[in-house]
Design a binder for this molecule. Structure first.
Ligand code: DSN
Length: 453
């Protein structure tokens, strides 16, 4: 590729450099191990085989069948689940498969509102879930925590077929047992979407929903450090009857993913999931998950000490949400100013936000990648100071534009680079450690797939 397509090769090199030299605090992001990248870029990508292991609609799945069985077995073991489907191309696809299996169009679902931290596929009007179903939204109480009394009240009034427990921007522990009690009180199915916290669940840092929810879904690329993709799990309810009163849920889900919502699976991505599930079962993963949570807690405390309004006053997971309305900068200005200095966070609407989603009044921070870099609670005063120094150096010109003195910006970037250099991304560190052992090792392109390792 370097010889034949230097344009693309150059961009891939640049991306490696960019990731290693920016302090990524996007709460939904993590970095994948080189072996995960290698599996995702492997020759299995050439296999076309619809269906499931042993029951394909194409020939040639001899190795893919084994890989998919391995991925399913590892997912079940990692989450102590009794059923796993590793084929969804994303958690959005997984959620659509679950909802379509459990409800006909027009059915009622109850999920956390988008403005309260929910996900698009939990019934937002911007998603087909909000168009095909009668979506009712629950919200937060005055302290910014899920209002379980409201969930129970809305469930009793609207009798949803599916209740969704899960969030994209919520920093507190989800009480899955309480959600299940509410679902049972109205005969609803409980779907737990753990996309943001799957790594913490796998590592025992957050209670597992697998035996509380009828079905659990997750992304595989967030905290699990896997490839782009999704996963469906079920625990003690995997044989519970579906809406027809007899078809077990696990059978419904097999059909719902293929052929009802997806065609050909992505075999290389499934191999990468298998690899990620194995890594997530190792003690090093649990140590990183613990560092993630303790780091986020320390970051929230430091930012609070610096005068920022931390939503809910802290965090139980990897995520910290800031209300910036006191600071004079909008969410998008904060995001862009921080990016200009090498720090990645994303703008986020906050409860009662009056600004549109492209502007917002808040930001969402996450500690997944910081923890992967080895940055834990003892480093959070420094990270918080960097964030604060960028935000105080930022002069907003309007809701979307800003100015930072170029010299000050260069100094801030240098501080970010120094921190990144001292705490390289694990995959970059692994390749650097291999430098000299083999021709080519240590070159940035060794990182594209990790194959030089
Ligand atoms: N759901 C989006 C997020 O939380 O950032 C993307 O995964």
């Amino acid at each position: 590729m370097r010889r034949e397509d230097p344009e693309l090769a150059g961009l891939l090199d640049a991306e490696v450099h960019h990731q290693n030299n920016t302090l990524a605090m996007v709460a939904s992001a993590s970095t994948a191990d080189p072996s995960v990248l290698a599996a995702a870029g492997s020759a299995l990508a050439n296999v076309t085989a619809e269906g499931y292991p042993g029951a394909r609609y194409h020939p040639g799945a001899v190795n893919f069948d084994e890989v998919e069985r391995l991925a399913v077995g590892r997912a079940k073991k990692l989450f102590a689940a009794r059923y796993a489907n590793v084929q969804p191309h994303s958690c959005s696809s997984a959620n659509l498969a679950v909802l379509s299996a459990l409800m006909a169009p027009g059915g009622t679902l109850l999920g956390l509102g988008l403005d309260s931290g929910g996900h698009l596929t939990h019934g937002s009007p911007a998603s087909v879930t909000g168009r095909h179903y009668r979506a009712v939204a629950y919200g937060l109480d005055a302290a910014g925590r899920i209002d379980y009394d409201q969930v129970a009240d809305l469930a009793a009034r609207h009798r949803p077929t599916v209740l969704i427990a899960g969030a994209s921007a919520y920093p507190r522990t989800l009480d899955f047992a309480r959600f299940r009690a509410i679902a049972d009180s109205v005969g609803a199915y409980l779907l737990a979407d753990i996309s943001h916290i799957a790594g913490l669940v796998a590592a025992g840092e957050h209670p597992s929903p697998v035996d509380h929810a009828h079905l659990t879904t997750t992304s595989t690329y967030k905290q699990l450090g896997g490839p782009r993709g999704g996963l469906i799990l079920s625990g003690r309810d995997h044989r519970a009857p579906g809406p027809d009163g007899h078809t077990p849920l696990f059978r419904l889900m097999q059909r719902a993913v293929f052929p009802q919502n997806q065609g050909t699976p992505a075999p290389a991505a499934i191999a990468a999931k298998a690899r990620a599930f194995a890594l997530a079962a190792e003690p090093a993963f649990a140590r990183t998950a613990h560092r993630t949570v303790t780091g986020a807690r320390a970051l929230a405390a430091e930012l609070g000490r610096l005068g920022y309004r931390v939503l809910t006053g802290g965090t139980d997971n990897h995520m910290v949400l800031l209300d910036l309305r006191d600071t004079g900068v909008t969410g998008v200005v904060a995001e862009r100013a921080l990016e200009a200095c090498g720090i990645l966070v994303n703008r986020n609407r906050i409860p009662d936000d009056t600004r549109p989603p492209l502007v917002t009044s808040g930001i969402r921070l996450g500690c997944n990648i910081l923890a992967q870099r080895g940055l834990g609670p003892e480093h959070m005063a420094r990270c918080a100071a960097l964030l604060h120094d960028v935000l105080t150096a930022t002069t907003p010109l309007n809701e979307t534009e800003f100015r930072i003195d170029p010299q000050q910006r260069a100094r801030l970037r240098d501080r970010v680079h120094a921190l990144c250099a001292r705490h390289p991304l694990p995959y970059a560190a692994a390749v650097q450690a291999g430098a000299g052992r083999r021709a080519g090792a240590g070159r940035p392109d060794a990182l594209w797939t990790g194959v030089d390792l």
